[in-house]
Design a protein around this ligand. Structure first.
Ligand code: ADP
Ligand code: MG
Ligand code: MG
Length: 250
């Protein structure tokens, strides 16, 4: 599904990504871990196509197409989803109505008509049941007074509704309580299918107590320096990152 080869990228003239290689197949859950400042969020932004980030070398091939030729919106329409790190508040617009707008904008970009109202309702019901989201939540104003857990719930609901092929969940470095962790993990586990893939970016080993990744990668100074199975996450929890720095001579 996704093949990243020797990816180098800059932001504000600074080299941040220094030769990333990563391959993700349909059906897989990958986790990228690494100390603060190692470039994890930069990698997710570069894949999603945020404008400030300049790819200087390498390739990002998604389902056979070079992604760097497309802007962020086009990438989203191709099925690349990046969780929103700083969700906007829209007073007066409910979670459900916002979702309708997003889904229909997505369809419009593909030359499709709006989703019929009954189909939309059915889908909302189906996905909210799957994720155990109650009706009251769906009629709340978007992000207004949301707790950390509720923001996550909204984000995972969006992901469920949009059914991306590749979901990238970049967990911010602070403010994730255990409730929010569980919501994210539950969503990832329940939405896993043979035809989609998830990349979870975190420096919380605890998230990986709830999500079982198929592969774990460690990022240090703009490179993936070690990859393994879920046992690598446990090793990191126990020993931190220093042993890896020594191992790779960083
Ligand atoms: P991580 O997510 O692993 O904590 P980031 O990708 O956020 O790492 O940051 C990697 C480095 O890139 C840091 O030194 C950070 O200051 C820098 N950086 C990231 N985004 C920007 C930006 N928009 N402008 C300037 N520097 C940035
Ligand atoms: Mg950071
Ligand atoms: Mg980050």
């Amino acid at each position: 599904m996704l093949k990243i080869k020797n990816l180098h990228a800059k932001v504000e003239g600074l080299k941040i990504l220094k030769g990333i290689n990563l391959e993700i197949n349909a059906g897989e859950v990958h986790a990228i871990m690494g100390p603060n400042g190692s470039g994890k969020s930069t990698l997710s932004s570069v894949i999603a196509g945020k404008e400030e980030y300049e790819v200087t070398r390498g390739e990002i091939v998604f389902e056979g197409e070079e992604l760097t030729e497309f802007d962020a919106e086009e990438r989203a329409h191709k099925g690349v989803f990046l969780s929103f790190q700083y969700p906007v508040e829209i007073p007066g617009v409910t979670v459900t109505n916002f979702m309708r707008t997003v889904i229909n904008a997505n369809r419009k970009a593909k030359g499709l008509e709006d989703m019929p109202a009954n189909e939309m309702l059915k889908k909302i019901r189906e996905k909210s049941e799957l994720l155990e989201i109650d009706r009251k939540f769906l009629s709340r104003s978007l992000n207004e007074g949301f707790s950390g857990g509720e923001k996550k719930r909204n984000e995972i609901f969006q992901m469920a509704m949009l059914e991306p092929k590749l979901a990238i969940l970049d967990e911010t470095d602070s403010g994730l309580d255990i409730d929010a962790l569980r919501i994210v993990a539950n969503g990832v586990n329940k939405l896993k299918r043979p035809d989609n893939a998830t990349l979870v970016i975190t420096h919380y080993q605890r998230l990986l107590d709830y999500i079982i990744p198929d592969f774990v990668h460690v990022m240090l100074d703009g490179k993936i320096v070690k990859s393994g199975g879920k046992e690598l996450a446990y090793e990191l929890e126990e020993k931190g990152y220093d042993w890896i720095k020594e191992e790779v001579g960083a």
